[in-house]
Structure formats: structure tokens, C-alpha cells
Design a binder for this molecule. Sequence first.
Ligand SMILES: Nc1ncnc2c1ncn2[C@@H]1O[C@H](COP(=O)(O)OP(=O)(O)O)[C@@H](O)[C@H]1O
Ligand SMILES: [Mg+2]
Length: 219
Amino acid sequence: MGLLNRLVESSTLISRNAEADVYLVDGFLGRPAILKIRVPKGYRDERLDRRLRQMRSYREAVILHRLRDRGLPVPMLYFASLRDGVLIMEYIEGIALAQALSRLELEDAVRYFSILGGVARGMHGAGVIHGDLNLNNILVRDGDLWLIDFGLSYWSDSPKDMAIDLDSLRRSLDSTVPSLAERLFEEFLNSYREGNNYYDEVLRFYSRLRRMGRYYAER
Ligand SMILES: Nc1ncnc2c1ncn2[C@@H]1O[C@H](COP(=O)(O)OP(=O)(O)O)[C@@H](O)[C@H]1O
Ligand SMILES: [Mg+2]
């Protein structure tokens, strides 16, 4: 871990939560980069903890690689040490869509959701469920958009699982910009639908999740 330790020491912590620490490395092979490290959790059995960290880092690495390979807008993976639970990836110089929405013109917001619909379709078509699709895991800058945070992602080609991504995006919209949620989600669906063989089934499951959500919200 000598090299990694040195890298971490010369980096800035930008996010820390239950799952991972995220650092901004100011020069990795001369470029700004993001270092994501899953740190040991004292409350879990040590061996189980290590396996969980390795598995999640592995999944995130493979999925990032696969999506990037397919031309989808995700950070390029620069380096992975699965044993240490460490990923180093391209630094995306953007801001979270959640934050951007408060200052965007409606027209620009609509454009982002149209792009997002196509990206989500491509991701699901590649057999990947994001697992935590919300407005904080979407970064934007100057009309471009990236998906990040594949720590809870998994492989699936089931419309039920795809619907879960749609539902979590919609919930995030509802809580961030309630007055625009309907309009923006509609735009998202319009482009998610294009040439998407799964669309009808995904929507069926999505509607079911929405009804369940409302049922529980009203109780
Ligand atoms: N590739 C990246 N480029 C720029 N910022 C990033 C990148 N990856 C993560 N971040 C920043 O770090 C935060 C946390 O990273 P994330 O991958 O979402 O992990 P988690 O939410 O599981 O802690 C993100 O919300 C974002 O602000
Ligand atoms: Mg996140």
C-alpha cells in the first residue's frame, strides 16, 4: 500500500459516506483523477467485510469499463486495485444535476433529460442496472452529462430491475424539483423509449412501483 498511501496523502477528500471515501487526486499520470476507496468497516466480520469491499470495487470497475467501451458517458477507469478496494478514474469537472437544476433554464433542463433517457437506454441495453440512479449521481457541464457511482450496480436484463432505476430517478426528481418533475421525466421517457424493445414492460413495472410508492406514502 506504500504507493497508494502516498497518493491518498497528496489528495483532497471530497466525499465520505458509509460506503466509500472519495478523493480528488491532483495528478495521476499528470491528470486530475478521482480515487475511490472502500475502507474497512469495524462493525462487520473482518473476512466478510473484505470480501464485500472487494466485490463492490470489482463490480464497479468492470461495469465502468464495459459502459465506457460501449461509448456511454461514464468516467474512464485508470487503475483498479481490487485487493485494496481502490479505483482511480477520470475526474469529471461538472456539477451534480440536482444542483444544476436550480439554476437552469427549463429548456436546458429538458435537454439534459432527453440525453439522460438515451444514456439510460444504452446502459440497460448493455445489461447494466445502475442501482442508485439519482440526481446526485449525474454530473453535467456545458450540455454534457455523465453517470457516476456504480457501486451498487449489477448485471441484469430484467425489465423489473430496469424499472427500479426509473423509479429511483423519478423519486429523486420529485424531491428535488417537484414542480418540474412530471415534465422532465416525460422528456426522459420519450428518449428512453426510442428503439427500446424493453420499453413497454419496463413501463408496466414502473407504474406498479409508482402505485406502491403512493400507497405507502399515504399511510
Ligand atoms: N469521476 C468523478 N468525477 C468527479 N466527481 C466525482 C467522480 N466520482 C465521484 N465524484 C464525487 O464524489 C461524490 C461521491 O462519489 P460516488 O461515486 O457518488 O460515491 P458514493 O455516493 O457511493 O459515496 C460524488 O457525488 C461526486 O461529487
Ligand atoms: Mg453517489
